[in-house]
Every structure is written in C-alpha cells, then in structure tokens.
Design a protein around this ligand. Sequence first.
Ligand SMILES: C[S@@+](CC[C@H](N)C(=O)[O-])C[C@H]1O[C@@H](n2cnc3c(N)ncnc32)[C@H](O)[C@@H]1O
Length: 258
Amino acid sequence: MPIGSITRGTTGTNRLRRVDRWIAAHPVLRRADDPLVVDLGYGASATTPLELHQRLRKVRPDVEVVGIEIDPERVRLASLSARPGVSFRLGGFEVPLDGGRRPAVIRALNVLRQYDESQVDASWRLMTSRLQPGGVLVEGTCNEVGRVASWVDVTEAGPQTFTVALHLASLEAPSVVAERLPKALIHRNVPGERVHDLLVDLDRQWAIAAPLSVYGPVQRWIATVEGLRAAGWPVRHGRTRWRLGELTLPWSAVAPRP
Ligand SMILES: C[S@@+](CC[C@H](N)C(=O)[O-])C[C@H]1O[C@@H](n2cnc3c(N)ncnc32)[C@H](O)[C@@H]1O
C-alpha cells in the first residue's frame, strides 16, 4: 500500500516555476550520475511533472522525471501524457522506483500542506531515505498562481535550508508568505519562534527600502535582503538569486523551537 493519504489535487500551469528554477540551478542535479527527479504528489493533471522536465532538460538534457501520485485515477489520467523522459506511477512517501533506482531530487510541493504537522518529520525521513547519496528533497508550499512560495531543502542528514520566493512586481509585503509556509513552519509563525522574527524583520527591511521602489521592486528586494544580512540574519547566496525574489537561510535560522 502506498504510504500517505489521497488529498485534494489542485494544481495549475506554471504554478511551480519558482521551484523548477531552484531545482534547475541545484548542484545536486548538475553533478548527479543518474539525473532522476521525482515529482511526488503532482495532483489532478500531468502539468507539473511535464513542466519540470521541460525546464530541467535545459541544464541536464538526460534528466528523467517520474511523477508519483497516491491517487490511482490521477495516475491513469497522467499516464496518457507520458513521453520520453517523463513517466507516471502509483506510490506514496516510500517513493517506489524500478530496478532499485534512487532519485537525485524529490520535489513534493503542496503535498504536506494537507497533513498534520506531527507527520512532517516521518515523511521527510522516509522520502530522504530513498534519495541517492547527496540527493535532496525539496518540500514546500505555494499559492494557486505560484507568486508566493517557500520550501525546505532536506537531505538524509535533515533539513538544510529554508527558501522564500516571491513575485516582486506584485508584492505588497513579504510577510504574505506566512500563509504559504511549509507545514513544519506554518503553525510556528507566533511570537517567540524564529520564523516569526524573520517575517517581522523582513517586513521592516522592506519598509526601510521603500524609497528604492523608484528603481523597481528588484532593487528594493535586494536592499531588503542586504538589510536583513546587516541585521545579523545568515542570508545565503548573492544578487543573482536575490533578483529572482528569493531569500535563503540555513534551516537553523528558522527551525521551530523545541
Ligand atoms: C494539492 S495537490 C499538489 C499538486 C502539485 N504538486 C502542485 O503543487 O501543483 C497534492 C497531491 O498530492 C497527492 N498526495 C498526497 N499525499 C501523497 C503521498 N503520500 N504520496 C503521493 N502523493 C500524495 C494528493 O493525492 C494530491 O493529488
């Protein structure tokens, strides 16, 4: 029996573009001997595995994407869209694959959202136990149109980084991501928790950087992220990622307090 439960299948065209872009730049995919990527819980249509394949092919022409869904009817439907490099199969968090193959990347977006917070750890452990050595699970949430997203990179050693990715041109305040935090954090946006402090500081820096709006939202975001770093947050990467509306921190900077 696949491990997990069937949940709502909401998905959409271009919804996961920010995560596709993150995976495309991921060193794990670029250096993998077997560039196998799983899109776990792809939902009511084949859209997101097909888009993921299309985008990853540009950096790894030999990439293979396997869409895994726990709902047999969704697998039957998606299988009609199978093509070279993209296949579909029934399964759950145990990530079943033929011939003992292991994925370099598992992407699980908007899947754990419908589970209980207490189930996050076990599902992370199960999925990461299926990865190739050095592989990564990208687990997170986004809004319906993919303009507000956040995710955690998890390896067999546990959660590594937390990333926020926002559509800057339509952004009023970065704390809008509060509604789209990964399951491990969404109930922790309360005073006393690190992720709450982060969102408060992020909005503060966004407000301080308001005068830079005359140069456009990207310049304002870059100043916001630089302000966060100056305030002591261990921000990762540099302008190349920030100009995409991203912000990445080590997991330890936002991890829930015990
Ligand atoms: C809201 S949809 C997300 C679709 C797509 N990932 C997206 O973000 O647009 C969640 C899907 O995950 C599937 N799902 C839930 N738990 C699962 C599990 N343990 N293994 C595989 N699929 C699962 C559900 O059946 C549902 O189709």
